[in-house]
Design a protein around this ligand. Structure first.
Ligand SMILES: CC(C)(COP(=O)(O)OP(=O)(O)OC[C@H]1O[C@@H](n2cnc3c(N)ncnc32)[C@H](O)[C@@H]1OP(=O)(O)O)[C@@H](O)C(=O)NCCC(=O)NCCS
Length: 162
């Protein structure tokens, strides 16, 4: 992700979350030496993005979203798998994230990627008082790029993760 992608990223962000990240937060992530910001681009259009940071052997996934009209086609799974692969290559052995208790779609996505629920943060989301579930993936095997009908090899489908 670069600042070039931010208008599209912000459009997806504002369409995806009750409390969307601001442009400033994304810019800070782009400038942070410990943060990685990925966009999945399909034929020039941002379809999904993810933000994570690594400290020692821990990776924390901070943000994942898929463009509404591109959901349920495997992009989220592809991107989370790519995050795990890249973070593991950078030395991460443990992966953590928080997800709203009500966000069953995201929980299933992370579950499919191997994450398990290990904890709960009460009243984590201040605007509604909703709890966050803490999900973790420990010392994963390096996942193969998924080669399904929907999400074949990225280089063959006009897609790239940058
Ligand atoms: C959650 C989100 C990232 C999923 O992305 P996606 O590209 O639609 O997900 P995929 O197509 O890769 O689906 C992967 C798995 O997630 C689960 N899943 C995805 N969407 C789902 C839905 N609407 N209901 C139930 N399960 C769902 C399924 O288990 C699916 O695997 P399957 O198709 O083999 O059953 C997307 O819905 C999104 O951007 N939501 C808004 C932002 C958000 O909630 N981000 C996560 C914050 S923690």
């Amino acid at each position: 992700m670069t600042e070039f992608h931010l208008p599209q990223v912000l459009e997806i962000e504002r369409d995806s979350f009750v409390l969307p990240w601001t442009e400033k937060l994304f810019v800070e992530g782009l400038r942070s030496p410990i943060t990685t910001n990925l966009v999945l681009v399909e034929d020039g259009v941002v379809g999904a993005y993810a933000v994570f940071y690594i400290v020692e052997d821990e990776a924390h996934i901070l943000n994942v979203a898929v463009r509404r009209n591109r959901r349920n086609k495997g992009l989220g799974f592809y991107l989370v798998t790519e995050v795990v692969r890249r973070a593991e290559q950078a030395g991460a052995r443990f992966f953590f994230l928080e997800v709203r208790e009500s966000n069953s779609a995201a929980q299933r996505l992370y579950g499919k990627a191997g994450f398990v629920t290990v904890g709960r943060r009460r009243n984590y989301y201040s605007e509604t008082g909703e709890d966050a579930l803490v999900m973790c993936l420990a010392a994963p095997e390096l996942p193969e790029a998924p080669e399904t009908e929907v999400c074949g090899p990225i280089q063959n489908r006009g897609r790239k993760v940058v």
